[in-house]
Design a binder for this molecule. Structure first.
Ligand code: HEM
Length: 405
């Protein structure tokens, strides 16, 4: 990601002048935990503890204006994290109980309270509310984000930390990143020469997607248009999981209503397409009989297949983890780069300062900055941090579940 930003900055072309840049905001697949706000869906048991749960819930501060059926849902606008922040400010509380349709949801919006939930009591809140759509799209769900807390949850996270997203593994894709950055820069140079517009949002999203494709299935990912297929499927998952859906607010009704069934049929259709693609890639790999042996440059499919027995993974588990990588890594990375460029374009003096820092690091005779040089650019680091602060890729988390109340 940093290399891509640096390349955009070092490139001799001043593309604000030469290229019309259209920057659009894509909808985020926010199934990752947030930096600002945490939503805890409180599952109520249908036993005698339901009365106890109601009594406990009654003690939590809840804003007025709750309506029949929809509860507080009408208080949430098109930018939910902004509405939630405004509600917390207005009611002077970092813990607010909202009834979003049929789901009692605790909004946690201070770092202290978030820390208590994410660190001190993390195991209690580690699961997500059950969703049929996630069940279908993530095989069980047995991915990283939605799998319920327990032994498999621990194992899959351990495996990802040690084998897929380790520093060594990320470093091993350095040349691939460089090659992909060069391709993007060549594309920008072409459109600049032709004085035509480039959709930077789309370009950066393709870049992120291609990088993940490389990590997942190796350097031949463009063969047979695998990258195009992965991008389409990631987008399709994102559409199914973001925005308003009946299941998040009226889970029981969604499971019974025709509209819910239509939604699940769509999820099955998308999952079938994921299956076709991933089965082919996995079968090709199994038949080619290449083994992992701790090789850092091995792609995720190779790595996961060789760890299958050690971690007791099924092929479906492996597919769930691969689907997760696209969902968690594509939009997050491209949106951060996009916002960094937006902020810099609006602040030309900072853009100039950063360009000077970056250009001063390009060794004579070389066209591009390497990742080692990127580590020695304090202003660039500050720009990235400020971008993440101003525009967190996941402004509010996917809800955690507290089912014990
Ligand atoms: C600028 C880019 C990115 C940002 C801002 C970002 C942000 C985040 C955040 C805030 C979390 C939640 C952390 C937590 O659970 O405490 C997360 C989790 C995760 N990220 Fe990223 N991420 C980025 C790129 C990536 C990439 C490139 C990948 C994979 C190739 C990735 C894979 C994951 C996975 C697997 C999880 C755990 C998912 C879960 O617990 O639900 N992320 N990310």
């Amino acid at each position: 990601m940093l290399e891509m930003l640096v390349a955009l900055l070092t490139d001799g072309i001043n593309y604000q002048k030469h290229v019309g840049i259209t920057v659009s905001h894509t909808l985020l697949l926010t199934k990752i935990l947030c930096t600002l706000m945490l939503l805890v869906a409180i599952g109520r048991c249908v036993t005698k503890s339901a009365t106890r749960a109601s009594k406990l819930l009654d003690k939590l501060p809840s804003p007025p204006g709750r309506l029949p059926v929809i509860g507080h849902a009408h208080l949430i606008g098109s930018l939910p994290h902004i509405s939630l922040r405004d509600l917390a400010t207005k009611h002077g509380s970092n813990l607010i109980l909202l009834h979003l349709g049929a789901v009692p949801t605790l909004i946690v919006s201070s770092s202290r309270a978030a820390q208590a939930i994410l660190r001190t009591h993390d195991h209690i809140f580690a699961s997500r509310p059950y969703s049929v759509v996630c069940d279908i799209l993530f095989y069980g769900p047995s991915d990283i984000g939605f799998t319920p807390y327990g032994e498999y949850w621990r194992q899959v996270r351990k495996m990802v930390t040690m084998h897929l997203l380790s520093t060594k593994k990320v470093r091993s894709y350095r040349l691939a990143r460089q090659r992909e950055v060069q391709l993007v820069m060549a594309r920008i140079a072409d459109v600049a020469m032709a004085h035509t517009a480039v959709d930077l949002s789309e370009l950066l999203n393709y870049f992120s997607n291609d990088m993940i494709c490389h990590a997942v299935c190796g350097k031949l990912f463009r063969q047979e248009g695998y990258n195009i297929l992965f991008r389409q499927l990631t987008e399709a998952n994102s559409v199914l999981m973001s925005g308003f859906n009946l299941e998040s607010y009226f889970p029981r009704m969604a499971r019974m209503a025709a509209i819910g069934r239509l939604f699940y049929a769509k999820a099955h259709h998308i999952n079938n397409r994921w299956n076709q693609l991933l089965d082919k890639l996995i079968d090709d790999r199994t038949s080619s009989n290449t083994s992992y042996n701790g090789d850092e440059e091995s792609d995720f499919i190779g790595t996961l297949l060789s760890l299958k027995h050690e971690y007791n993974f099924t092929i479906d588990n492996i597919k769930a983890i691969l689907v997760d990588m696209f969902g968690a890594g594509t939009d997050t990375s491209s949106i951060v780069m996009e916002y960094a460029m937006v902020e810099l374009m609006q602040k030309p003096q900072l853009m100039a300062k950063l360009q000077t820092e970056v250009r001063s690091m390009v060794p004579k005779g070389e066209e591009m900055v390497s990742e080692e040089h990127v580590g020695r650019m304090p202003f660039l680091e500050a720009v990235v941090k400020e971008t993440l602060r101003l525009h967190p890729a996941a402004p509010s988390s996917a809800p955690s579940l507290h089912g014990g109340l």
